[in-house]
Design a protein around this ligand. Structure first.
Ligand code: LLP
Length: 429
C-alpha cells in the first residue's frame, strides 16, 4: 500500500482504520473520504520540522489544494498559517475563524474588490505579484488609513518543469517579477517608497510535486543573493523569506517516499550557511505546502456502472464520477492508484481504462489499470485524492459534487455535504 493509513481486511480496503465498503454504503458514492489524523500528522511534520530547524519559521497551508471550512479549522488548530488565492478562500477561512493575521493573500490578478475585502478581513499579508497590484494595494490601504504588511513575489529563474536554474534567457511566467531582468530590484525599491505598504520580505514558488530539496537550495541561493543585493543597493534587509510550495506525494508505488522532516532540516542548514556566507541575518522562513498536507489524507470511492470490452482494443470501466470530481487525468495525465475496494483479494487479471461519466472522451481517471473482472455495483477506490480534487471539481454535465466525509478516531462525520438538485438550481433566476 502506498500510504500507511491503508490496509486490507477480509478482502475489503480499510482507510484510516475504517472499512471503505461500509462507508460507501452509508454515504453513497462518489464519496471523498478524509483521514483527519493523517491530515493533522502532515501538518505537524512541517510545523515541528520547520520550528526545530529554522531560527524562525511558519508553514502556510496552500489552501487551493483543498479549501473547506473544516480543513481551515484543523489547520488553525495545528498552528499553521494559510495561503489563500481568492476572496472566496479568504471568506471560507474567515468563516472557520481562521486567525487572519496568519493568512497570506496570493494571486496574480487580485481585483480592487478582493483587495478591499482582504483588508477589511484584516488579512495578515498580501503577497504582491506585480507593479499594478502594488499600486492598487497602496491606494486602497491609503483610503482605509492602514499600513498593509506585504511580501513581494519574485521569479528566481528556475524552470518549474526541470527544476533547473535557468542561467540565460527571459524568465517567462505570469507569476511574480523576475530577478534576472533587474525588474525585481525596481519592484522592491517602489514598494519601499510607498507609505501604506509595510514590506516584510520576498517570496518565490518554483513548482509543485517536488521530490528533491535541490529546488529549494537553488531557490534559497538565488533569493539570498538577491537579499544581499537589496541590502547593498537599497540598504534594505528583508525579514521574511518565503520559499513556496511543499514536497511531492506518492500517487503510485513508483513515486519516491520523501522524508519531509529530514529534507526541511537540510534546507535549513543550506539557508543558514547561505546567510553566514553573505553576512545576512537569518530571515523568518515560510513554506507553503498544499498537496503534501492533504493528498494522502484523501481517497475517493466510486461505484462501477458498466464494463465494456472492445475486442482488439481495450476494456472500459465506467464509474459514477469522473472529471467533475477529479479532473487531474484529463488535465495532466496524472497517475493514480486504483483499488477494488470490496474485492481486494481477487485476482487482478482485467486490464482496463477507468473512465468517468461525463460526455467527453478524455474524461478518464486512469488507463491500463489491472483490476479483478468488475461488475456493475463493484466499488473502486482512487487513492491520494485529498489535494486538487474537491478544489478543482466542477458541475460539468450538471453533475452534483460529492460530499467530504472526515474519519477521525473511529468516528465519521460530514464536513461538506453532497450537492443536491436544489444546489444545482440555486443560482437560476
Ligand atoms: N504556493 C504557491 C504560490 C503555489 O502556486 C502553489 C501551487 C503552492 C504554494 C502549493 O504547492 P504544493 O505544496 O501543493 O505543491 N492543480 C495542480 C497543482 C497546481 C499547483 C499550483 N500552485 C495539480 O492538480 O497538480
Amino acid at each position: 500500500m502506498i500510504c500507511d493509513n491503508l490496509s486490507v481486511k477480509n478482502g475489503h480496503l480499510y482507510f484510516a482504520g475504517r472499512d471503505t465498503t461500509e462507508l460507501a454504503a452509508r454515504y453513497g458514492t462518489p464519496l471523498y473520504l478524509m483521514d483527519e489524523e493523517r491530515l493533522r500528522r502532515n501538518c505537524r511534520v512541517y510545523r515541528e520540522a520547520m520550528g526545530r530547524s529554522f531560527a524562525s519559521a511558519l508553514p502556510l497551508y496552500a489552501s487551493k489544494a483543498l479549501a473547506c471550512r473544516r480543513v481551515y479549522e484543523i489547520i488553525a488548530e495545528e498552528g499553521l498559517g494559510a495561503d489563500v488565492v481568492s476572496a472566496g478562500e479568504l471568506y471560507l477561512a474567515r468563516s472557520a475563524a481562521f486567525p487572519m493575521d496568519k493568512v497570506f493573500f496570493h494571486g496574480n490578478s487580485k481585483t480592487d474588490e478582493e483587495i478591499s475585502f482582504a483588508m477589511d478581513c484584516g488579512v495578515g499579508y498580501f503577497i504582491i505579484d506585480n507593479a499594478d497590484e502594488l499600486a492598487a494595494v497602496e491606494r486602497i490601504a491609503a483610503e482605509k488609513g492602514i499600513r498593509q504588511k506585504a511580501l513581494l513575489r519574485l521569479t528566481p529563474g528556475i524552470d518549474p518543469h526541470t527544476f533547473a536554474a535557468v542561467s540565460t534567457g527571459q524568465v517567462d511566467s505570469k507569476f511574480g517579477v523576475p530577478i534576472e531582468t533587474g525588474q525585481a530590484l525596481t519592484f522592491v525599491r517602489q514598494a519601499l517608497e510607498l507609505p501604506h505598504i509595510h514590506l516584510r520580505g520576498i517570496h518565490a514558488h518554483v513548482g509543485s510535486q517536488v521530490f528533491t530539496s535541490q529546488v529549494f537550495y537553488d531557490t534559497a541561493d538565488i533569493m539570498l543573493r538577491f537579499m544581499a543585493e537589496l541590502r547593498d543597493k537599497l540598504g534594505y534587509t528583508a525579514e521574511i523569506l518565503n520559499l513556496g510550495g511543499g514536497y511531492g506525494v506518492r500517487y503510485t508505488q513508483s513515486d519516491p517516499v520523501v522524508d519531509i522532516a529530514g529534507e526541511i532540516g537540510k534546507v535549513a542548514e543550506h539557508v543558514k550557511a547561505g546567510c553566514a556566507a553573505l553576512g545576512l541575518p537569518e530571515p523568518m522562513v515560510l513554506m507553503e505546502p498544499g498537496r503534501s498536507i492533504v493528498a494522502d489524507a484523501g481517497l475517493t470511492l466510486y461505484t462501477v456502472q458498466s464494463t465494456k470490452t472492445i475486442p482488439g482494443y481495450r476494456s472500459y470501466v465506467s464509474v459514477d464520477g469522473g472529471m467533475t470530481d477529479n479532473p487531474r487525468y484529463a488535465l495532466y495525465h496524472a497517475s493514480y492508484t486504483i483499488e477494488p475496494a470490496g474485492r481486494m483479494d481477487d485476482e487482478r487479471d482485467f486490464v482496463c481504462t477507468v473512465g468517468g461519466r461525463c460526455c467527453e472522451s478524455g474524461d478518464m481517471i486512469q488507463e491500463d489499470v489491472a483490476l479483478p473482472r468488475l461488475q456493475r455495483g463493484d466499488l473502486l477506490a482512487v487513492l491520494t485524492t485529498g489535494a486538487y480534487n474537491h478544489s478543482m471539481a466542477s458541475n460539468y454535465n450538471t453533475v452534483a459534487r460529492p460530499p467530504i466525509v472526515m474519519l477521525s478516531g473511529g468516528r465519521d462525520y460530514v464536513a461538506v455535504r453532497r450537492e443536491t438538485f436544489a444546489d444545482l438550481a440555486a443560482r437560476e433566476l
